[in-house]
Design a protein around this ligand. Structure first.
Ligand code: PGA
Length: 243
């Protein structure tokens, strides 16, 4: 399977900026094969990005969704709306949703269930904070996030893409070492009933470290934040080489 390179723009890029970023990126990666590139812009830029990537192999994803399909939930977005805009993927449980917006394991479980039901591929993020890492709790935390997040849907976990994103590595410039990532990826896989799920790494992925990360077979792709906001750096990440 082709490695996944996903760019999560977070709350950056208005529609005009989004158009220019994607146009520039597409030019830079026009010769790239054997990579699954997913762009994850803010909701407001989904239509414009969908339009620009229409004749390319690039896929579209959203950063979040609500678990109900429609109704009186002011300010929330239905996964069905995302599908109608051309999204194939949706990020669930990003650490910023968990830690800034207070999303709980139970809420994420509902979102994962809905994503599975409506046919959106969830990119489900798990990862420990710096404090939890220092206390030696990494496996305990990830095990809880997986257990509660996947409650009642354990048998369908192979339809979910997992992203190990240590909170201490997100936006900090501190990247986990390839060995740390491999160890946690193996731990995640061991927790899954079917071992086939794709597992990505995220946290300060940049042009300088992508080659060594992707050298590891266990790392099947990356979820990139900051470095996906510049076409040159994201194109370089997409064009990683492991030789
Ligand atoms: P970063 O973000 O690459 O800026 O560290 C990663 C993420 O939050 O997915």
């Amino acid at each position: 399977m082709d490695p996944i390179i996903a760019g999560n723009w977070k709350m950056n890029k208005d529609p005009a900026e989004s158009r220019s970023l994607v146009q520039n990126l597409l030019e830079l990666i026009s010769d790239v094969k054997n990579r699954k590139v997913i762009l994850i812009p803010p909701f407001t830029s989904l239509p414009i990005v969908a339009e620009v990537i229409r004749n390319s192999n690039v896929k579209l994803g959203a950063q979040n969704m609500y678990w109900e399909r429609s109704g009186a939930y002011t300010g929330e977005i239905s996964g069905l709306f995302l599908k109608s805009l051309g999204c194939e993927y949706v990020v669930i449980g990003h650490s910023e949703r968990r830690h800034i917006m207070g999303e709980t394991d139970e809420m994420l479980n509902k979102k994962l269930k809905t994503a599975l039901e409506i046919g959106l591929i969830a990119i489900f993020c798990v990862g420990e904070t710096e404090k939890e890492k220092e206390q030696g709790m990494t496996e305990q935390v990830i095990s809880r996030q997986l257990k509660q997040g996947l409650k009642d849907i354990e048998n369908e976990a192979h339809k979910i893409v997992f992203a190990y994103e240590p909170v201490w590595a997100i936006g900090t410039g501190k990247t986990a070492t390839p060995q740390q990532v491999v160890d946690v990826h193996k731990f995640i896989r061991a927790q899954l009933i079917k071992k086939k799920s794709t597992i990505l790494y995220g946290g300060s992925v940049k042009p300088e470290n992508i080659d060594t990360l992707m050298h590891e077979q266990e790392i099947e792709g990356v979820l990139v934040g900051g470095a996906s906001l510049k076409p040159e750096s994201f194109a370089r990440i997409i064009k990683f080489s492991i030789t």
